[in-house]
Design a protein around this ligand. Structure first.
Ligand SMILES: Cc1cc2nc3c(=O)[nH]c(=O)nc-3n(C[C@H](O)[C@H](O)[C@H](O)COP(=O)(O)OP(=O)(O)OC[C@H]3O[C@@H](n4cnc5c(N)ncnc54)[C@H](O)[C@@H]3O)c2cc1C
Length: 310
């Protein structure tokens, strides 16, 4: 039963990460009467944004309000939340021991990682200041809000070329700051056909504020209302790596490879959300968390029954 977890006891599942994915997994697990502890360092990726969109039923909610509501629901099933950071992870007997920054430890039979990712922004001064407000990355999360506006796209990665097309579908005023990105002939022809202005030269900085941003490039600043960048998505994979897991890399970032349902290459370790998939929006991270929780419970059920008949 999960109603009164002894802090020194071994819980069924330790969930690392209390953003969109972790608490969703915890709810699925605790509804199956699993004891669950969620350790969360309190840095959900979308915290800089004022609203979360594409969240059916809670459209436009403040991301932190959404997390608070989810945690409340999880607590209602007996899930325990620790505001702390996992700094060490080891196997101990058949399970795991997590060492926390605050000095305590969590022992668990299974581990579920929902640690998210870090958005590494291009090295242009001024981008971080309005990250999640006027400095954007996702046409689906923020594009509607800047529809019809003058949108700049910084040529930071090859995926910037696709971002131009996505945002051009929302506004007919798109300026592409090429930086030193190679633009294939096909993209150049598309940009010409779509009337996308291409600005040459390296951006030296971004100033102003959302609605009136200035990109310092060449001999004169270019004004845009919003600026789109393509971050490098770096998985928060430290706990996975400490246990011997190997992260994978693709064209947009780094991630923990998982099977459908979230099983990793490490026995007893599942993962869900942005740590496994940089493209997972809130609903996808929540869904992956639920599925991983379901899979972990199924695995524990099998183990318990095997022990009974052994
Ligand atoms: C600016 C911005 C705006 C966005 N807007 C939207 C939107 O409108 N709609 C949408 O659907 N999606 C949006 N997203 C995407 C959204 O942020 C992700 O889908 C979601 O956060 C993924 O959830 P997650 O649980 O995988 O990771 P997160 O929500 O990032 O949670 C991970 C948690 O794990 C914790 N953690 C990491 N390592 C440790 C550790 N070692 N010990 C303890 N805790 C740890 C972190 O502190 C963090 O709290 C946006 C993203 C950004 C960057």
């Amino acid at each position: 039963m999960n109603s009164a977890i002894d802090p020194s006891a071994t819980v069924d599942v330790a969930v690392v990460g209390g953003g969109a994915g972790g608490p969703a997994a915890a709810v699925a697990l605790s509804r199956s009467l699993r004891s669950v502890v969620v350790v969360d360092a309190g840095e959900p990726r979308n915290a800089p944004a004022a609203h979360a969109f594409d969240v059916l039923g809670r459209e436009g909610i403040d991301p932190l309000d959404l997390l608070a509501a989810g945690r409340e629901e999880a607590r209602g099933y007996g899930v325990r939340f620790l505001a702390d950071r996992v700094v060490t992870a080891d196997r101990e007997g058949p399970g795991f021991r997590l060492g926390l920054l605050g000095g305590s430890a969590v022992r668990s039979r299974r581990l579920l990682l929902a640690t998210g990712l870090v958005d590494e922004l291009p090295d242009v001064p001024g981008l971080r200041r309005w990250w999640g407000a006027g400095i954007l990355h996702c046409a689906f999360c923020h594009g509607y809000e800047v529809r019809g506006q003058h949108v700049g796209v910084l040529g930071s990665r090859p995926s910037s070329l696709h971002q131009v097309l996505l945002f051009r579908a929302l506004t007919d005023r798109v300026t592409f700051f090429r930086q030193d990105l190679d633009v294939p002939a096909e993209s150049a022809a598309q940009f010409r056909a779509l009337g996308v202005e291409v600005v040459e030269g390296a951006a030296r900085g971004v100033s102003g504020e959302p609605g009136a941003l200035r990109v310092d490039v060449g001999s004169r600043p270019v004004e845009v209302e919003a600026l789109v960048v393509a971050p490098w998505f770096r998985a928060r994979g430290e706990v996975f790596a400490q246990l011997g897991g190997e992260l994978a890399t693709n064209a947009v970032g780094q991630f923990v490879p998982v099977q459908p349902g979230g099983a990793t290459s490490l026995p007893g370790v599942w993962a869900a959300g942005n740590v496994t998939d940089p493209g997972a929006v809130v609903a996808a991270a929540t869904g992956a968390g639920v599925l991983a929780g379901v899979a972990v419970h199924g695995d524990l059920v099998q183990e318990d029954v095997r022990a009974l008949v052994a």
